[in-house]
Design a protein around this ligand. Structure first.
Ligand code: GLN
Length: 250
């Protein structure tokens, strides 16, 4: 039976900076190479909850504070559906500003509080423009979903500092860079099959195992059976990753 996955790309016009659109292209390609059909649903202000409910994988990129304020208003309308998708185990990856939305609130640089979805037990605060933004190449492990401390790479640029609630699982540990807040050594967070991360990049083509985690979990949930994904030749991606790791871990 030919498998088909619907990839929900949330707010592509407003929440997609630093190449986050590359995550959609990566998922499509890695499915295509395995004979898995994909359909991309562009989720925007006009998307209905019924359409959103049809998604098998969810992706949402990052943005500046101003775009986040616009999206926050629409997310309130879609909160019930998005929360139930996440709670039911629909896999997804939420980057930077999108990650911040999954928590209780995001305090912007000017002190404005943007309510989050409250799905992840965390909060984010931007200490203001007198404090440096957390910017640069990042190396971290994704032990929270992959179970190994193999290094992953990405690029971060955020003013917000995210603090995880007690017992909340990080995506992994920071090897180089700032991660959630530049203080506690955590990067991102995992809740069921949803990943929050500060890693732009785009993260998925740079770190194929994370992309395959999303595909595997989506197939398992949709078809109610385990799938062993065929191995792809990731030589180029792994060589590129090692080049960056050699450069930033000098
Ligand atoms: N506006 C948020 C911050 O500065 C998120 C930035 C982003 O998505 N790169 O923390």
């Amino acid at each position: 039976m030919k498998q088909m996955l619907t990839i929900g790309w949330l707010y592509p016009e407003l929440m997609s900076i630093y190449g986050d659109r590359g995550n959609v292209i990566c998922l499509q390609k890695r499915c295509e190479l395995r004979g898995i059909e994909t359909k991309v649903l562009l989720v925007g202000l006009q998307t209905t909850e019924k359409e959103l409910s049809s998604c098998d994988i969810l992706l949402m990129g990052g943005a500046q504070d101003s775009q986040q304020t616009i999206v926050a208003k629409d997310l309130e309308k879609k909160k019930k559906t998005l929360s139930s998708l996440i709670e039911s185990g629909v896999p997804g990856i939420y980057i930077c500003g999108a990650f911040q939305f999954l928590g209780k609130y995001y305090k912007e640089a000017d002190g404005t509080i943007v309510n989050g979805l409250g799905i992840f037990d965390l909060y984010t605060e931007n200490p203001g423009n007198n404090f440096p933004r957390l910017i640069g190449n990042m190396a971290f492990d994704a032990s929270g979903i992959l179970g190994t401390a193999a290094p992953m790479i990405g690029f971060e640029n955020h003013g917000g500092r995210t603090y995880l609630g007690l017992g909340v699982k990080p995506l992994g540990k920071v090897i180089k860079g700032f991660g959630n807040n530049g203080e506690d050594g955590t990067e991102g967070s995992v809740y069921k099959n949803s990943i929050g991360t500060y890693s732009h990049g785009p993260i998925l083509p740079k770190n194929p195992p994370i992309a395959d985690f999303l595909i595997q979990e989506a197939l398992k949930k949709k078809y109610k059976q385990e799938f062993v994904l065929s191995k792809l030749d990731d030589t180029i991606a792994e060589k590129a990753k090692q080049t960056i790791l050699d450069r930033i871990l000098q």
